[in-house]
Design a protein around this ligand. Structure first.
Ligand code: RIB
Ligand code: CA
Length: 325
């Protein structure tokens, strides 16, 4: 099993990613760090405890991270994820008020990665915690086994400006600091691949037939997200970005891309834009693997098989036979 720390801002798709990670036999989630993003960090913490409670994993330590970006004002995505971060479902209303760990997320990273480890980090939100950890200990990246970040975009248009993806737009200074100084290749799962991961009403119905309890839970979680996507772009369904970052971590063959140098714009109207120097104009050393292609069907077979506790073969046959999706 691969040891993993998940840094997240739950958030509807973060919550789906957490459920998937916690139920995946290939990975051992040893800690969860929370960052301000989709929702203020305190709401994110409550939603993490909700996900842990759902999976009977309240043994996993939770670390409180940044409540503000490094420089810019905090702007949440509660218009997309609901004020509670779970699509106004109030699913987390009964969460027992558990304590977070005494040290901050940044200090947890700085101490955990003060020596070589076999621990990977999957970042599903803004990179503020990682940047703060780098400030405390510039060597943290050298001791991570892998670093996967859901964020950015190469040729795809942005989702919170014409050119910027939310995680890197929310805290562009943190994103730039991480891309420039982490010293661990950043596996960038950006909108170029995540936009192809659309959880549709058909797939939701399929989940409800295969596993009614999980399916009905998902229905409560995603309805607000469905409505947002319909209003925003007349999309029937919702783009679930974060589960792809986890699935790619477990099954790297799900995506293809290229390694190059990536920088992040921090100022002006293009704040948060990832500048992917594919043809090395700037002659800088590669710092990232940019994923650009995804095997969408294979993703859903893996994702739904774990979420619905159903054999991958069954999911594969159903998805192919009935062209669900
Ligand atoms: O732009 C999509 C990303 O921003 C996802 O991680 C979503 O949860 C939000 O954090
Ligand atoms: Ca997220």
């Amino acid at each position: 099993m691969q040891k993993v720390i998940i840094d997240c801002d739950p958030g509807i798709d973060d919550s789906l990613a957490l459920l998937y990670a916690l139920k995946s036999p290939e990975i051992d989630v040893i800690a969860i760090c929370v960052v301000c993003g989709n929702v203020p960090v305190g709401i994110g913490v409550r939603n993490v405890f909700h996900c842990l409670q759902q999976c009977n994993r309240l043994d996993i330590p939770v670390y409180l991270g940044a409540s503000q970006p490094l420089v810019v004002d905090f702007v949440s995505a509660q218009d997309t994820h609901g004020l509670d971060g779970l699509g106004e479902s109030n699913l987390a209303k009964e969460v027992i008020d558990l304590p977070v760990q005494p040290m901050s997320a940044a200090t947890f990273y700085a101490t955990t990665f003060s020596q070589p480890t076999d621990i990977a980090v999957i970042a599903l939100g803004p990179l503020t915690n990682i940047a703060l950890a780098l400030t405390e200990n510039p060597k943290v990246g050298l001791h991570m086994s892998r670093f996967v970040s859901m964020g950015g975009c190469y040729k795809s248009h942005g989702n919170c400006s014409p050119v910027a993806e939310y995680n890197y737009w929310c805290d562009p200074h943190a994103a730039r600091q991480v891309y420039q100084t982490l010293q661990c290749p950043i596996e960038m799962i950006g909108l170029d691949v995540t936009r192809k991961i659309v959880f549709t009403p058909n797939l939701l119905s399929y989940c409800q037939y295969i596993h009614p309890q999980m399916g009905n839970y998902l229905a409560k979680l995603v309805q607000f997200y469905f409505d947002f996507h319909w209003q925003q772009e007349h999309l029937l369904g919702c783009v679930i970005n974060d589960p792809l970052a986890v699935a790619y971590f477990i099954h790297p063959e799900l995506c293809e891309g290229f390694t190059t140098y990536v920088d992040v714009e921090t100022e002006s109207i293009s704040r948060g834009q990832t500048l992917v120097d594919r043809y090395h104009f700037w002659q800088k050393a590669d710092n990232a693997k940019v994923l650009t292609e995804v095997h969408t069907d294979q993703f859903f077979i893996q994702f739904l098989s774990v979420l619905l506790d159903a054999p991958a073969q069954t999911i594969a046959e159903d998805l192919t036979l009935w062209k669900i999706g």
